[in-house]
Write a protein that binds this ligand. Structure first.
Ligand code: AKB
Length: 318
């Protein structure tokens, strides 16, 4: 059977780059982008697009039938900071969208499913350093609660109905093509834009708040790698810990200063500080490395160089 892939939430931060990469690998007509709104010109011009509301079962089912879809990546979600402003909506979107695709997979309409979890599944009682795969999990945000519940449902659908669902716990993802929206780790993207545009940044996290982070290229390669792995190598059907680097606002600012010596950072914390403090500082992802060969390629230095060059070129073109 030919591969036919549907990305739900294709216009978001990760969805955009995932769609472009999958089209490069499998051909533009094999990858259908979908969202409730149109995305960047690059995304819209690179292959087929359909309007799909992740909360509407029939809306997804129609596209699955039209394009004879075999694999789905569900990237639509409300993230941690926005979720605290709209807890009911966050729960509704994050859970209903997942149930829609799990049930479609159970009915045989999807052969393989990717659903992202997050480091937000951990909470203040979780060991903070080198957080193990299996440990205490008492998330305090609605986003984290929805991701932890989602992980349990993924494992349940695998055990009970044989649904081939695969998942990773993303750390904060840093990218230059499409901005993140509504996360606690978003500061680590904003800081690069501000460094180039105005030479300074006012951080909403304090200088010592260390969080696990990853460059987009690594996140995309992990996502595709877990989906391409043999089913028997996916030994965890809830979600895999995944890591690349950890840093504080003070450390990322120091790195930016090596490229832009005039850059200045100031600190003015808000409600996101508490969310960040409830999350791990670093992650043990040895199971992902052992089971399906995960490897990261970007550290803070390499990422900063790449971010600043790419954003510089992007702003030059505008
Ligand atoms: C957020 O900050 O909410 C997300 C995440 C860590 O899942 N980037």
């Amino acid at each position: 059977m030919n591969k036919s892939i549907l990305i739900i939430g294709a216009c978001g931060q990760i969805g955009t780059e995932l769609t472009l990469k999958l089209r490069e690998l499998y051909g533009k007509n094999a990858v259908i982008a979908s969202d409730i709104r149109e995305g960047s010109d690059e995304l819209m011009q690179s292959g087929p697009f359909e309007f799909v509301n992740a909360m509407e079962y029939d809306s997804i089912k129609n596209v699955l039938e039209t394009y004879k879809v075999t694999e789905v990546y569900l990237m639509a979600a409300m993230l941690s900071a926005t979720g605290e402003k709209f807890p009911d909506k966050a729960w509704e979107l994050n859970m209903n969208s997942l149930f829609n695709v799990l049930n479609l997979a159970k009915e045989g309409a999807i052969k393989k499913l990717f659903w992202p979890s997050s480091i937000a599944v951990f909470g203040p009682t979780t060991p903070k350093e080198n957080t193990p795969q299996e440990t205490v999990m008492e998330p305090t945000t609605v986003y984290g609660i929805s991701k932890l519940a989602g992980e349990r449902w993924c494992e349940y659908y695998f055990n009970k109905y044989g649904v081939d669902v695969r998942s990773i716990r993303y750390p904060g993802i840093i990218s230059w093509k499409t901005n993140p929206g509504g996360g606690t780790t978003d500061y680590a993207v904003e800081i690069y834009h501000n460094a180039l545009l105005i030479g300074k940044y006012n951080s909403f996290l304090n200088k010592n708040t260390k969080l696990p982070m990853m460059y987009m290229d690594d996140a995309i390669s992990a996502t595709i790698k877990i989906m391409e792995a043999k089913s028997e190598n996916i030994k965890i059907r809830s979600s895999y810990n995944l890591a690349a680097m950890s840093f504080t606002p003070e450390e990322i600012a120091a790195e930016i200063k090596t490229f832009l010596p005039e850059f200045e950072i100031s600190y003015n914390t808000d409600f996101r500080q508490r969310i960040a403090e409830s999350w791990p500082r670093s992650i043990d992802d040895s199971r992902a490395r052992e089971d399906w060969g995960w490897k990261h390629h970007f550290d803070l230095k390499k990422m900063s160089e790449n971010m600043l060059n790419s954003l510089h070129n992007k702003y030059e073109e505008l």
